[in-house]
Design a protein around this ligand. Structure first.
Ligand code: PEP
Ligand code: CO
Length: 448
C-alpha cells in the first residue's frame, strides 16, 4: 500500500467487480459531469455519524443499518417513505424495548451498485452481462438493457439526491415526530402479531409523551422528540463514481466521499492490497467492511490497521456475515483478536448474506429462523468474549413482499412467487422487520 493517498490513488491497484464500460470517452464525460455536481452530504454530517458510532463502539448505543439490497430508480415516493417508516418502527422498538439509544443508518439514497458472482448470465443460448445494479445497466434480459451505460452514473446521482431530499423532509419535517409512533403502524404491518405488539408499545409511548407534555417536555423544548438523525450508506463498489463525489472539506482540509454519510466495502472487494481498501482508507467518512466466513484473524486485523490506523472509535464498523451455522465458532476468535489489538470497532451482524439459498421453486430466499439464529449466535459470541454486540445490518423493504420465508406469518416456499419483487437479494417485509426488532430487543434486554 502506498503511503500517499489521493482520491485517484486507487487507480494503481486492482479494482475487482468494476463494469466493462464499452465506451471510455463516454464514461469520462459522465464522470466529469458528476465531479461538477454538488455534494450529497456534508463533512460535518459524516463527522456527527462517526461520533454517534463511537458511542456504539463504547457499548453505549446500538446501530441499526437497514434498507434495500439494490435500490431501484423507479421507487415511488410512497415506497421510499414506507422503507423509512419500517426503519423508524424498528428503531422505536429497539430504543423502547431494548432500552438503548439507536444510531439509524439506511441502505438508501445510493445503494445502486451490485457485485455479482458471475460477470455474465446465460438464459437459453444467450449470454449477456449480469445485471450490476441500475447505476450500471438494467435488469431486463436484452443486449440493450444489459449494456453498461455511463449516463446511469448521473441517473444514480440524481436519484440519490431526490431520495435524500425526501428523507431529509420526512425526518425533520414532522413525520418522524415521536407522537407519530402509532401512525407508522400501517395496515399491512398492524394486522400481524408483531404489529399488535407494536400497537401496545405505541400506546405506552403515547401515554408517556402525554405525561411528559403535561410536565412541559415536548418537541418544542426537546427537538429530539420531534425529529430524528437518519444517515445514508451504501456499498462503495464503483470507485470512479465514488471518486467523482469525493471532496476536500473546507473546514478541516480532510477528504470526504460526499455520496453518502457512511460507505462500506463488500465481502468480494475487501482485499488488503486492492483498490477498494486503498480508496476508502483516505476518506474520513465512517466506514464499514463486510467480514464473511472465510475471513482470517490476520485479514481482519489487517483491515483494522489499513482503515483505522489511528484507532478512532466510530471510524470502522465490521459487518459480520458468516452464516447462522458458522457464527458461534467463527466469530469469537475474531472478537478476541480485535479486542486484544486494541481496535475500537463497532461490531455489526449482517444475518442476511450468509444465509441465502435457492428454494425449490427457484427463488433466492432466506429463512427468518436463520436470520434470528445468526443474530443470537452473534450475541452469544460477544457475551463469551466480553465485547459489545453493536448492531444489526439487514435488507428490508416496507412493501408487502414475499421474499424471505418464516416470520410470524409463517411464509413457506409456495408463497414466494406471490410478491417476489427484489432486483437482487430477498428482503424482509415490514412485518418480518418489526418482528425481528422485537426479537433483537429481547436479546438486548437479556444482555443488560
Ligand atoms: C450486500 O450487502 O448486498 C452484499 C452484496 O453483501 P456482501 O458483500 O456481504 O456479500
Ligand atoms: Co444483498
Amino acid at each position: 500500500m502506498s503511503s500517499t493517498w489521493s482520491p485517484s490513488s486507487w487507480r494503481s491497484f486492482e479494482a475487482k467487480h468494476q463494469p466493462s464500460w464499452p465506451d471510455s470517452a463516454e464514461l469520462d464525460r459522465a464522470l466529469k459531469t458528476l465531479a461538477d455536481q454538488p455534494p450529497l452530504v456534508f463533512a460535518g454530517e459524516a463527522r456527527d455519524l462517526t461520533r454517534q458510532l463511537a458511542n456504539v463502539a463504547n457499548g453505549e448505543a446500538f446501530l441499526l443499518q437497514a434498507g434495500d439490497c439494490a435500490e431501484s430508480f423507479e421507487s415511488s415516493a410512497d415506497s421510499i417513505r414506507d422503507r423509512l417508516r419500517v426503519v423508524l418502527q424498528m428503531a422505536v422498538v429497539l430504543t423502547y424495548s431494548g432500552g438503548i439509544p439507536l444510531v439509524k443508518v439506511g441502505r438508501i439514497a445510493g445503494q445502486f451498485a451490485k457485485p455479482r458472482s458471475s460477470p455474465t448470465e446465460t438464459q437459453g443460448d444467450t449470454e449477456l452481462p449480469s445485471f450490476l445494479g441500475q447505476i450500471v445497466n438494467d435488469i431486463g434480459f436484452s443486449e440493450a438493457e444489459r449494456r453498461p451505460d455511463p449516463q446511469r452514473l448521473l441517473g444514480a446521482y440524481n436519484r440519490a439526491a431526490s431520495t435524500l431530499n425526501l428523507l431529509r423532509a420526512f425526518t425533520s419535517g414532522g413525520y418522524a415526530d415521536l407522537r407519530q409512533v402509532s401512525s407508522w403502524n400501517r395496515e399491512f404491518v398492524a394486522s400481524s402479531p408483531a404489529g399488535e405488539r407494536y400497537a401496545q408499545m405505541a400506546d405506552e409511548i403515547d401515554r408517556a409523551l402525554t405525561f411528559m407534555n403535561a410536565c412541559g417536555i415536548n418537541g418544542d423544548t426537546v427537538p429530539a422528540l420531534h425529529e430524528v438523525d437518519f444517515y445514508t450508506s451504501h456499498e462503495a463498489l464503483l470507485l470512479n463514481y465514488e471518486e467523482a463525489l469525493t471532496r476536500q472539506d473546507s473546514l478541516t482540509g480532510d477528504w470526504y466521499d460526499c455520496s453518502a454519510h457512511m460507505l462500506w466495502i463488500g465481502e468480494r472487494t475487501r482485499q488488503l492490497d486492492g483498490a477498494h481498501v486503498e480508496f476508502l482508507r483516505g476518506v474520513q467518512n465512517p466506514l464499514g467492511c463486510k467480514v464473511g466466513p472465510t475471513a482470517t484473524t490476520d485479514e481482519v486485523l489487517g483491515l483494522c490497521e489499513a482503515l483505522n490506523p489511528e484507532k478512532l472509535p466510530g471510524r470502522l464498523t465490521l459487518i459480520v456475515r458468516q452464516g447462522a451455522d458458522k457464527v458461534t465458532e467463527g466469530l469469537p476468535p475474531l472478537l478476541a483478536a480485535v479486542r486484544d489489538a486494541g481496535h475500537p470497532v463497532v461490531w455489526a451482524c449482517d444475518p442476511m448474506h450468509g444465509n441465502t439459498y435457492t428454494a425449490e421453486g427457484g427463488h433466492k430466499t432466506r429463512h427468518f429462523d436463520d436470520v434470528l439464529k445468526e443474530i443470537s449466535g452473534f450475541f452469544a459470541a460477544h457475551a463469551q468474549e466480553g465485547t459489545w454486540p453493536g448492531g444489526v445490518h439487514v435488507e428490508l423493504t416496507g412493501d408487502a413482499v414475499t421474499e424471505c420465508l418464516g416470520g410470524s406469518d409463517g411464509l413457506v416456499d409456495g408463497d414466494l412467487a406471490e410478491a417476489y419483487e427484489t432486483m437482487c437479494d430477498p428482503r424482509l417485509n415490514g412485518r418480518q422487520s418489526v418482528d425481528l426488532a422485537f426479537r433483537v430487543a429481547e436479546l438486548l434486554r437479556e444482555r443488560a
